[in-house]
Design a binder for this molecule. Sequence first.
Ligand code: 5GP
Length: 204
Amino acid sequence: MEKGLLIILSGPSGVGKGTVRKHVFSDRALNLRYSISMTTREPRPKEKDGRDYYFVTDEEFEKNIKDGNFLEWAEFVGHKYGTPKDKVEELRNAGYNVFLEIETSGAQQVIDAVGDDEGLVTIFLMPPSTEALEARIRNRKWEKEEVIQSRLAKGKKEIESASLYQHVVLNDYVQRSSWEIRHIIRTAMNEANSPKPIDSVSNK
Ligand code: 5GP
């Protein structure tokens, strides 16, 4: 069985990653599994432990770092977030395409760690404008002004890192951007399954 892809989606807070992800996941043929991260931040209304994140204490998070359990981890606006390594490998080995929704420094760590892994697909979701982004963040209403400001500042930095990614997708309309992402994934799946040219096959 072919090992599944490792797909990374990044983008600034408020760009709409979650909504786009739901649309992408509705395409069952893509055989996707979401990688549930661990975080030290508080759950938001409607978020569920074990579905949206594993919500843990600082101590638990530190222990996981020490034990080498993360594929990557990063601090984001005062909290830590990390991708459990074993789960990702387990799912990929079972043939699933594993979908990581992580920020840019974590994405950089994965790119460094997996090197020229043929199954890596990196996508940056770009907002149509910074005004649209700010309006969305403010609309959520669950965060304090200082957190909003930090998320906006961090978002601007993240946009500067977009060139790290293989694909930059404009999130102008969710139907269109999610269609584009589905197309990117489908193309990567076809490439992974196509016969390799003779000169790229190692004879080790
Ligand atoms: P939020 O608090 O809005 O859920 O997430 C804040 C940021 O952390 C988002 O950009 C989100 O994609 C990112 N994030 C979520 N999980 C992880 C993770 O495991 N690792 C890294 N590096 N970033 C993550």
